[in-house]
Structure formats: structure tokens, C-alpha cells
Design a binder for this molecule. Structure first.
Ligand SMILES: [Fe+2]
Length: 440
């Protein structure tokens, strides 16, 4: 038995109720705002063998890049292996992608979802998952082109069209095409003002172009559309960055207290934003009070994880900021072991995660020459462990501070000059330039 969804994708189910719930789940997922899980579960209630429902849970747990989530992945994969013989080719493509990711080969997983999209370019769930994975893999050209390949199949008459344009907008921004990213992002938000990913794409443009007033005004104007949704923390983090750059550190701390931090938070993607914001405020010389002490336990539960190098860097920030030497040593030991292994995260750890974590550790010990020795050689490779340009800038900021603290200011001058050329309006960059003895 097979049914087709509104986008023409086939499902190995006889339950039209399951399919109707699934379509609502995909639509919710596309907004990066509504919680799709209750509707996915409604689909599984209507048909407990609904393959895409189990795929959703497995893939969402993997994209959480969190070790505890792997328990759920294993459970769903066992179920999917029973269901695979009666699944259709498209569904088997999803299962193959999940198996590759769970097996540690993230590129193969992206290729599997890419193959699903070549055959079914209106498979919004495949597009969403591969968009996340391409982001984690850190090559913005693939991020951009993967979306571009399906755009002709998502014209304005196709439900969800605006959300796909929003994804393209973000990818355009990451490749540095800011004018088109802004235009496409604004268009996507016109289609659905609650599209939190498209809002985010436009916020990135303003961040990268140093358009502080535009950025704050944009996030203030759209705030009510996303603040109660699943992407609230990250969009609020972007607003906090803009306030730091405006010198309004008190506003950034207010956003941290009101939106970013929850003591019981175990969602790593949100903990990243909290750690990154506090680290930046520390670098900027702001007193963050007891906040690290409250945040560190959320990370300490994850020390020794080694699931995703980008997360591990933020774990190290929390260990360094709280002076937890034992935690730092444990993490470095784990990362050294991970780096010896195979698979995508081992490569990320070897090439970026471990040297950056060693650099952060040295920063905490005020051994600034050592920071430079660890981080400077890898600074053009940091995209290899994913994240956005804006997120990874925390590494560059740390390196500049370290270079400024060394006796030899040669590197500091070079780094400050690079930064001012990229974002001339930035007050932070102007300050770096002045401190490096190159005042304009
Ligand atoms: Fe972002």
C-alpha cells in the first residue's frame, strides 16, 4: 500500500490519518519555530509502522549532536531495520542516511539525503536534514548548492516554497553573497513571518555586514514571531551579539538571563549559545558574575563526550571559565582518543577541535604564546567542524586577544588589519587596531 503526500512523495502506509499528521509535522518543521514532535507522534499513533515517523525521531536525535540522543537513535534504528524490507526506495534512502550518520560518516549521510532529493526534490524533510548536516560539515558552497538544486521544484505555487527560499538565503549569507541573502531572506519572511530560519538568515547578513542598527531593529520587529518557538535561543543570541558590538553589554546579559540560560537545559544547541555569549562577554571585559558557575554544570554533564568537536569547544570554554583543571584534562584526554579514531568527528577533532581546545585551555592559564601556537595554524580550517562564520568568530576573537597579550605584536597587527578590512564599521575591530598600534 502506498500513499502520496501533497508534494508527490510516496509513503509505505495505508493510513491517511498518519500521512495527514506527517504533513503537518513537516510543515511545522519547515518553520524552525513550531514543535513538530507531537504531530510526528500522532502519525505514529495512527500507524505505529509509519517509517518516516521513526526516521524523524532518529534524524532529529542525530542532529541534536548529543551523546544521550544516541540511545533514541539506536532504538529507532532497530525499528527501522525491521521496517526496511517493506519500505519504499525513498524511505530506504532516509534509513541509509541515518545509518551512515549514526555510523560516523556524516558525508555519506549527506550524500544519501542528497540522492533522495535528486529523485524527490520536494522531500522537505530530506532537505531540512541535509541542510543541517551540510551546516555541520562546514562547506558553505555545498550548503548553498544543495538548496539551489531543488529550487526549480519549489515555485511560489508549492506549499512551503518560502521556507525553501529561507534556507537558500542562509546559505547565500554563509557564502558571502549578502545582498542576495538579504533580499531572499526578507522575501521568505514575507511568505511566512514566523519562519524563524529566514529571520535568522537576515540577522546573519546584518551581523556580517556590521549593520548593528538594522540588525537590532530587525530582531526587535520580528521578536514576537519567534520568541516562543524552538529557535528562540539562537535568534536571541544573535541579538545579544549586536548589543555587545554596540557596547550595550548589560542588554546582552539581560538576554542571556531571560532567554539563553535555563539551569535544567540539556539541549546542546542552546548551551552552545549560552557558553559562546559568556565567553565573548569575558573577552570584552564584562563582569559576567556567577553565570559561568551556573552554566558549567550543564556542560560538565557532557565532559568526556567527544560526540561533536564543535560542542566540545564550548565544553572547554565552561571548564576554563570555572577554572576546572580536572575537567579540562579529562576533556583533552577524551579528544586525544577521539582524534585517533576514524570517521567525520575524528577528523574534525584532529584538525580543529583538539588544537582549539588546547588553545582555550592555554588562554585560561594566560599562556598567550601557547594560545597562538595552537590556534593560529588552524584558523583557516575551523570551518571543518561546522558552525556559522558568526559562531566561529569566537575563535578568531580569542586569538586576537591572545596575540595582543604577547610581547611580539606582529600577529596582532596582522589580525586586526584583517578584521578591519572585513568589517570596517566594527567598534571591536577598531579597538583591536588601536591596541595593536595601528589606530586609524
Ligand atoms: Fe546563527
Amino acid at each position: 500500500m502506498s500513499l502520496l503526500d501533497e508534494h508527490g512523495n510516496p509513503y509505505s502506509t495505508a493510513s491517511s490519518d498518519a500521512l495527514a499528521s506527517w504533513e503537518r509535522a513537516v510543515a511545522a518543521h519547515q518553520t524552525y519555530n513550531d514543535d513538530p514532535f507531537p504531530v510526528v507522534d500522532a502519525a505514529l499513533e495512527a500507524d505505529p509502522d509509519f517509517v518516516m515517523g521513526h526516521c524523524f525521531h532518529a534524524a532529529a536525535s542525530l542532529s541534536g549532536t548529543d551523546k544521550p540522543g544516541l540511545v533514541e537513535v539506536r532504538k529507532r534504528m532497530e525499528r527501522l531495520s525491521d521496517l526496511a524490507p517493506r519500505a519504499n526506495d525513498r524511505e530506504r534512502g532516509h534509513i541509509a542516511a541515518i545509518a551512515a550518520w549514526a555510523g560516523g560518516d556524516w558525508k555519506k549521510a549527506a550524500a544519501c539525503w542528497g540522492a533522495v532529493l535528486e529523485a524527490f526534490p520536494r522531500d522537505a524533510f530530506a532537505l531540512h536534514m541535509v541542510h543541517s548536516l551540510d551546516f555541520f560539515l562546514g562547506d558553505p558552497r555545498i550548503l548553498r548548492d544543495r538548496v539551489a538544486r531543488v529550487l526549480p521544484h519549489w515555485d511560489a505555487t508549492v506549499p512551503g516554497h518560502g521556507h525553501v527560499v529561507g534556507m537558500h538565503a542562509f546559505a547565500l549569507e554563509e557564502t558571502g553573497d549578502y545582498p542576495r541573502a538579504e533580499e531572499r531572506g526578507l522575501y521568505a519572511c514575507e511568505q511566512d513571518p514566523r519562519d524563524a530560519w529566514a529571520v535568522h538568515a537576515v540577522a546573519h547578513v546584518y551581523e556580517m555586514e556590521g549593520r548593528l542598527e538594522d540588525g537590532v531593529a530587525w530582531l526587535d520587529a520580528t521578536w514576537d514571531h519567534w520568541i516562543d518557538g524552538v529557535f528562540a535561543v539562537h535568534n536571541a543570541w544573535h541579538k545579544a551579539l549586536l548589543h555587545i558590538e554596540r557596547g550595550e553589554h548589560d542588554v546582552a546579559l539581560e538576554i542571556y538571563d531571560n532567554v539563553l540560560f535555563r539551569p535544567d537545559n540539556d539541549f546542546v544547541q542552546e548551551l552552545l549559545d549560552a557558553a559562546s555569549l559568556l565567553w565573548r562577554l569575558d573577552l570584552a571585559g564584562t563582569d559576567t558574575g556567577e553565570r559561568w558557575l551556573a552554566l558549567a554544570p550543564c556542560w560538565r554533564r557532557r565532559t568526556g563526550d567527544g560526540t561533536y568537536a564543535f560542542n566540545d569547544m564550548h565544553t572547554m570554554m565552561a571548564m576554563v571559565a570555572t577554572g576546572d583543571e580536572l575537567g579540562q584534562a579529562d576533556l583533552i584526554k577524551t579528544l586525544e582518543a577521539v582524534a585517533q579514531g576514524e570517521g567525520t568527528n575524528a577528523m574534525m577533532t584532529r584538525r580543529v577541535g583538539l588544537p582549539v581546545c588546547r588553545g582555550l585551555q592555554a588562554f585560561g592559564r594566560r599562556r598567550f604564546d601557547e594560545v597562538v601556537r595552537h590556534i593560529a595554524p588552524v584558523r583557516y580550517n575551523t570551518h571543518l567542524f561546522g558552525g556559522s562564520h558568526a559562531q566561529r568568530d569566537v575563535i578568531a576573537l580569542t586569538l586576537v586577544e591572545a596575540a595582543l597579550a604577547t610581547e611580539d605584536m606582529t600577529l596582532a597587527r596582522a589580525l586586526a588589519a584583517e578584521r578591519i578590512a572585513l568589517k570596517p564599521s566594527s567598534r571591536t575591530n577598531r579597538r583591536f587596531l588601536a591596541r595593536a598600534g595601528l589606530a586609524q
